[in-house]
Design a protein around this ligand. Structure first.
Ligand code: GUN
Length: 283
């Protein structure tokens, strides 16, 4: 049987430390870190994510302002809003909830956020800094995954790590962060041939493919560490990419969905907001 790595308890631990840190920052700067969240349209998932972010901020004492814009808002209006937030010295972090309506060029919008306020770590400058191994604001989900692994002192040096998924949000930055931990990283994706042959050799599997119960016990070796980044719905129920009941019988460590990576992503957004506050206040 495997040990379950809980993102709920680790994130709680980190959040209570952040709460103390925010109190100290308020004493020094007379205001808390401030995150501005822009939500375009009424996608129920986006609205629910944004509400979660507001609640998390409140919990640690970070100020959150959500700006809801109509689905039909023009790209220019959105860019003008970002410009004003970029220039607003009382705003430390800016997050534009994705996906955006098809009428808006998502990359153009993300590129427009001031790199020092980019709490998602999606701006090209921050992406480049990550790949060049300079100090950067790291994307929240991969950052959360590394924290989960480190919390259990799981050795990453020299291990065969298999990342399944190559998105700019998770798979690619995570592969780079694992490489920086001296893992030997294989990135698999939808066109990978003989996926099972690769996963069976892996000491660490991180799945971010978005297919419910895709990773089966037959695909993992005994003692493998399995991290599930998937957020899927199966018969109306939230479930990950990993067939937990099967795979947990073989893995040494495993995360659950919900309660694994998700809370860590949320926690890292708070951490990045505090980081941008410090960057913008030069501390
Ligand atoms: N939508 C789903 N995940 C994310 C994320 O990490 N950041 C933003 N901005 N939008 C998202």
């Amino acid at each position: 049987m495997s040990k379950i790595i809980s993102g709920v308890s680790l994130s709680q631990e980190i959040k209570s430390k952040m709460k103390e840190e925010v109190k100290q920052l308020v004493k020094i700067f007379n205001r808390p870190p401030h995150l501005a969240v822009i939500c375009v349209g009424d996608n129920p998932a986006s609205i629910s994510y944004v509400k979660g972010k507001e609640k998390d901020c409140l919990e640690v004492g970070i100020k959150a302002t959500t700006i809801h814009l109509d689905e039909k808002v023009s790209e220019k209006t959105l860019l003008d809003l970002i410009k004003s937030l970029n220039e607003d010295r009382t705003v430390d972090g800016i997050l534009v909830q994705l996906p955006l309506p098809k009428t808006i060029d998502e990359q153009k919008v993300l590129d427009f956020i001031a790199p020092m306020k980019d709490v998602d770590g999606f701006h090209p400058n921050n992406v480049a800094s990550l790949y060049l191994k300079r100090t950067s604001i790291q994307p929240c989900t991969p950052k959360g995954v590394i924290k989960l692994l480190k919390s259990e002192n799981i050795n990453l040096e020299g291990v065969n790590a298999c990342v399944i998924g190559r998105s700019n949000i998770v798979g690619m930055p995570l592969a780079k962060m694992l490489l920086d931990e001296n893992a030997t990283v294989t990135i698999c994706h939808s066109k990978t041939k003989n996926l099972e042959e690769i996963t069976k050799c892996a000491d660490l599997i991180i799945s971010c493919v978005g297919k419910p119960k895709f990773i089966k016990a037959s695909m993992v070796k005994d003692g493998c560490v399995v991290i599930d980044v998937g957020v899927n719905r199966l018969n109306g129920k939230l479930c990950g990419d990993v067939d937990f009941d099967e795979v947990s019988k073989k893995a040494s460590y495993i995360t659950k969905v919900p309660g694994g990576v998700g809370p860590m992503t949320r926690c890292c957004l708070l951490e990045n907001t505090i980081l941008t506050f410090k960057l913008n206040n030069k501390i």
